[in-house]
Design a protein around this ligand. Sequence first.
Ligand SMILES: [Zn+2]
Length: 241
Amino acid sequence: MRKFGAWMLCFIAISWFSVGGCQRPVVQSPPPVGYGSQRPAVPEPHEIKPLPATAMPQLPFGNPWKPKATVRDWKHIVIHHTASEGGSVATIHAEHLNRKDKNGNHWKGIGYHFLIGNGTGMSDGEIEPTFRWKQQMQGAHAGNEEYNQHGIGICLVGNFQDHRPSSAQLAAIMRLVGVLKREYHIKSSQVVGHRDVKSTACPGKLFPMTEVAQSEDVPFFTSRDGSLSPSFVTAAGGTSE
Ligand SMILES: [Zn+2]
């Protein structure tokens, strides 16, 4: 009987080691959270699902300056400054009425299509289209036939030989140029300073011509009152007035 008991003990011991040894299923404990964890911090690529299309509504592009008249064949945008510290459409209109063309005829009034105020005479950054834009007439601003006929003349109030445009003016000109470029298929290379088409310092050595020429239109959000507000941030920066 004692011999049988010893044999049983031996059998149990052998069985135990065989189960607890190489045949035992390998179960790895999860790695500790924190130090030494191999768990990826971001979801695996297959776990990232694209948002459904309905979650990203298509925002409309805005053109607050769409004229009622038949659009001219615009090919260029020409930027100017007034080289004065103040001014408005009314004051420049009165001044330009007194000017004469090369044939001795009086100008019809302000030669630009748009004026952008600086806070003296007009609000800072205010964009005002003139009668030439509303009626889609040729400009009287470039001193160059091609650019008067096919160039949209935009003037900013200020003297940019002395200082940079204000932040509001820069935001305004970039928005306007971006919209006009998209709307009338005008390339960045066709957005020029007055000095590029005539011997003049206009629009001043401190005007950021390259950044403004590269402005792109962006979608506009429509607010509850129906007005459009831009959703872009200007990259050019300006004086912090
Ligand atoms: Zn000019």
